[in-house]
Ligand binder design. Structure first.
Ligand code: HEC
Ligand code: HEC
Ligand code: HEC
Ligand code: HEC
Ligand code: HEC
Ligand code: HEC
Length: 271
């Protein structure tokens, strides 16, 4: 793990050194403001790990700890956020014990067959989700991440590459009967962003995103489907969790990784 953290720091440092300049038309004050507003990258295992305590506290149970990193290696976003109906806003789903013991939400997989179960009885499995102590989870992250391609930010894992190279092959649906539809032909090419005219070099690829997500992950809640309909497409809004930032601050690679969205920033590629 020390090696991984060391290597991740090195990647970050290289990104920092190659900083400023580039083809992006923006002044330094603007750039500086963007950079100041982005929180620094935290411990690698914590990125995308949620502490769920909306109901546990009142019930006298330890909070539930849900790690995106272990689950997204096995299932695409679509499985949970479309098929199983989990919200992409933390705390929004409002999961109750009655629901998940009846096979909804976590209970769709945590049924003793696919994964450890949620029912009572011996041996008690409650503490595997209701965690008083996260050290075991932190430790399992080290083994888990060791074989995956690295990046400088987020989990320190390049998830896009892990997927493309077949290092992970997450299931895309739980039902064999309903495979997702293919991506429409006219959305195959990357598109320019921004209203009224693009202010930056950012393009958006439906193809890259459709591997794991569904149309309804983004439309109409995050992006209006009307051609170039997104008003005020600014970094400020991205950073505060709108638009790209709904995923790219929380689960997918974070905003610190400028260069992956701004390819011409030979300039500021991250920090
Ligand atoms: C095994 C199920 C599962 C998978 C797979 C999954 N998620 Fe989630 N996700 C959840 C749960 C559970 C929550 C919390 C929902 C709640 O609290 O109401 C969540 C929350 C989120 C949030 C909100 C996080 C926050 O801090 O506000 C985002 C964003 C998100 N998921 C994106 C993704 C993306 C992108 C993928 C695919 C790379 C993905 N999820 C894959 C189950 C999953
Ligand atoms: C789409 C299937 C699926 C859903 C939905 C799902 N899990 Fe899992 N989960 C798994 C599998 C598979 C494993 C690994 C097998 C095992 O440990 O038995 C796992 C492992 C875990 C672990 C062990 C530590 C880790 O992260 O690997 C925890 C804790 C956990 N899940 C919590 C949850 C919680 C909480 C929810 C609901 C918010 C949830 N899971 C929803 C499939 C799922
Ligand atoms: C697969 C993960 C998982 C396992 C295993 C699990 N829980 Fe939960 N539990 C959850 C989640 C998710 C919530 C909702 C957390 C929140 O949002 O506060 C929850 C909430 C609860 C709540 C409060 C919600 C309500 O409806 O009152 C109680 C009580 C509870 N669990 C008891 C238990 C007991 C007892 C066990 C063991 C027999 C257990 N849980 C095992 C995931 C799990
Ligand atoms: C990860 C998020 C995401 C997903 C998933 C996604 N889209 Fe989009 N879509 C966008 C963004 C961003 C834009 C550009 C919005 C803008 O410029 O205002 C867009 C624009 C569009 C447009 C307008 C095209 C144009 O030329 O202006 C259509 C039509 C569209 N999407 C359809 C779909 C369909 C159909 C799916 C599922 C197959 C899908 N999208 C999945 C994010 C997404
Ligand atoms: C609903 C969630 C979601 C939204 C919204 C979203 N993305 Fe993504 N994006 C992902 C996921 C998941 C990946 C896979 C890689 C990862 O997890 O780091 C990804 C991958 C990418 C990649 C490919 C990286 C590579 O190395 O191949 C780029 C570039 C990207 N997103 C840009 C954007 C831009 C620009 C926007 C806003 C217009 C956006 N994304 C909105 C979830 C999202
Ligand atoms: C997930 C993708 C993504 C990442 C990562 C990202 N940006 Fe952006 N950025 C965008 C989008 C989308 C726009 C708006 C596109 C447009 O209007 O042309 C934008 C616009 C900008 C602008 C134009 C001014 C403004 O506020 O709209 C600046 C400056 C900027 N980004 C700087 C950065 C810096 C610095 C980083 C790294 C710290 C970064 N961006 C990381 C997607 C991203």
């Amino acid at each position: 793990m020390k090696k991984r953290i060391g290597a991740t720091l090195l990647l970050t440092a290289v990104a920092l050194l190659s900083c400023l300049g580039g083809g992006l038309a923006m002044d330094r004050t603007e750039l500086g403001n963007v950079i100041k507003a982005i929180p620094p990258n935290g411990p690698l295992w914590k990125y995308g790990t949620l502490i769920m305590r909306r109901r546990t506290k009142k019930a006298g149970m330890a909070p539930v700890v849900f790690a995106h990193w272990s689950h997204r290696a096995r299932y695409t976003c679509r499985v949970c956020h479309l098929d199983l109906g989990f919200s992409m806003r933390a705390g929004d789903t409002g999961i109750t014990r009655a629901q998940y013991t009846a096979g909804k939400y976590c209970g769709a997989c945590h049924d003793e067959v696919t994964a450890f179960g949620v029912q009572g009885g011996e041996p008690s499995q409650c503490a595997r989700c209701h965690m008083k102590d996260t050290r075991a989870l932190e430790f399992s992250f080290e083994t888990f991440a060791a074989t995956l391609p690295m990046s400088g930010f987020g989990n320190g894992i390049d998830w896009a590459l892990a997927l493309k190279s077949g290092r992970i092959s997450p299931k895309n649906t739980l039902s064999v009967a309903a495979p997702p539809m293919p991506l429409p032909e006219k959305l195959r090419l990357p598109m320019k962003l921004g209203t009224p005219a693009p202010r930056s070099d950012v393009t958006f690829s439906h193809e890259d995103h459709f591997r794991e997500l569904d149309c309804s992950s983004c439309h109409p809640d995050i992006f209006n489907i009307k051609k170039k309909g997104t008003v005020d497409f600014s970094m400020d809004r991205n950073i505060f969790g709108d638009y790209c930032g709904v995923c790219h601050m929380r689960v997918a690679f974070p905003m610190n990784d400028c260069k992956r969205c701004h390819p011409s920033m030979s300039g500021f590629s991250g920090f």
